[in-house]
Design a protein around this ligand. Structure first.
Ligand SMILES: Cc1cc2nc3c(=O)[nH]c(=O)nc-3n(C[C@H](O)[C@H](O)[C@H](O)COP(=O)(O)OP(=O)(O)OC[C@H]3O[C@@H](n4cnc5c(N)ncnc54)[C@H](O)[C@@H]3O)c2cc1C
Length: 389
């Protein structure tokens, strides 16, 4: 239920990624008036969708992430489930092209494949359907004065800076978080960031021909598996999409990528290591993706604490970016929102009556302190599991 009234306090959420959208929904449902500030253009615009296609990673959403969406908005969780493809196990492709299915669970539990752009757009639409959530796109947060509770934001379109007052700031602005960097000025934050020697690159596997004349396109691989081509220091994975294509991600050491410096070298390397994937992706499409799509770095971030007084908290990748080999980065970010939601409710934080400017909201401050204390061990554990996997 959304509270109304003139005294509601203002929460600003920095970042309209999946975690920011779910955090906005959680806070609005507790009575906060919520404004989301997003540096990029509105992802619902056709021009944004075209740009997103070049970095269209697929995500595996597990019970952890689903439970978080369910806790904040059960209806949104049901709608979300209708947009995913369940993957009941891994399909291992060996170097000779032989397949081995490894079910995740004897009782049919699964993880769910969805394109990041689809998931993000769906969550944004869910958030903006909640009364009292507004989103400002192309509004890039530049600096934050937490003690004065004022954020400086660059309005990119109008080419001007605006001062935004707030009561509570949620930093959901991803691995390169400005909120985290600004918090470091006022908090004694322990912080660790390191890159692994691997890059990743997205490739597309097209849909196959219809099974019967006039029918729908077909999947070229079993759609209910997460396909993996493990090759010691590098690997290829493929996750299914609703349009019957697969999004493939190649992870390899930077030095290996650098050696693939001609079309012939790329095709030769693929036919040597991924002999069954190459004909499905197609040589021409492989080369186009290789040349067009960006190669991106992978890093891991640990920080502590995640909060400052009653003013701010970091959630999602802003607090704990992790390498993707455990498929839990976003799942953990969504879980952050659920855990914080529980703590704010338990502390009976009141978003509907103003706290005098010179005073601190003791309930909010202690809920945030509990969040930092209780959440850290789990997040470090999962960052380490991801690194070791
Ligand atoms: C190859 C790969 C595969 C992955 N696979 C999985 C998987 O299978 N399962 C899983 O759970 N996770 C996976 N992850 C991790 C997942 O993608 C991230 O954990 C997730 O996207 C983080 O969400 P977020 O909302 O915290 O941050 P982001 O998605 O990074 O969103 C942050 C938002 O903040 C905005 N922003 C940044 N700076 C500012 C600013 N100054 N002002 C305003 N806005 C700003 C950005 O534009 C962005 O929209 C994978 C990651 C990679 C790289």
């Amino acid at each position: 239920m959304t509270a109304s009234g003139p005294n509601r306090r203002k929460a600003v959420v920095v970042g309209a990624g999946p975690v920011g959208c779910l955090a906005a929904m959680s806070l609005a449902k507790m009575g906060w008036s919520v404004d989301i500030y997003e540096g990029r253009p509105d992802m619902r615009l056709p021009s944004s969708k075209a740009a997103a296609q070049q970095r269209s990673i697929n995500l595996a959403i597990s019970a952890r992430g689903l439970a978080a969406i369910q806790a904040i908005d059960p209806g949104a969780a049901d709608r979300f489930l209708s947009t995913v493809i369940p993957m009941h196990g891994r399909m291992i492709h060996d170097a000779q092209g032989r397949l081995q299915s490894q079910p995740y669970d004897r009782d049919g539990q699964c993880i769910n494949s969805i394109g990041r752009a689809f998931l993000n757009e769906d969550l944004l639409k869910e958030a903006l359907a909640v009364p009292d959530i507004r989103a400002f796109f192309q509004h890039k947060v530049a600096s934050i004065d937490f003690d004065r509770r004022i954020m400086k934001v660059q309005d990119v379109e109008a080419a001007q800076d605006v001062d935004v007052p707030f009561d509570f700031c949620v930093g959901a602005d991803g691995s390169y978080s400005i909120v985290r960097r600004q918090l470091m000025r006022v908090v004694r934050m322990d912080y660790q960031q390191w890159y692994i020697p691997h890059d990743y690159l997205e490739l597309k596997m097209p849909a196959g021909p219809p099974q019967e004349p006039g029918g729908d396109p077909s999947f070229l691989l079993d759609p209910n598996h997460l396909h993996i081509w493990p090759r010691h220091t590098f690997m290829l994975i493929a996750l299914p999409n609703k349009d019957r294509t697969f999004t493939c991600t190649l992870f390899a050491p930077t030095a290996d990528f650098d050696r693939l410096d001609s079309d012939a070298a790329i095709v030769r390397w693929f036919s040597e290591h991924f002999p069954d994937a190459l004909p499905l992706i197609g040589e021409q499409a492989l080369l186009e993706d290789f040349h067009r799509n960006p190669r991106s770095a992978l890093m891991s971030i640990k920080a502590r604490p995640y909060h400052y007084k009653d003013r701010a908290v970091l959630l999602g990748d802003a607090a704990h970016a992790m390498v993707p080999f455990y498929g839990q980065g976003l799942n953990c970010g969504l879980e952050d929102v659920r855990v914080l939601d529980v703590l704010l409710r338990e502390a009976r934080v009141d978003a509907t009556s103003q706290v005098p400017e010179c005073e601190e909201d003791g309930r909010l401050a202690s809920a945030l302190a509990r969040y930092s204390e209780t959440r850290h061990e789990d997040l470090v554990a999962i960052c380490d599991l991801a690194m070791d996997n």
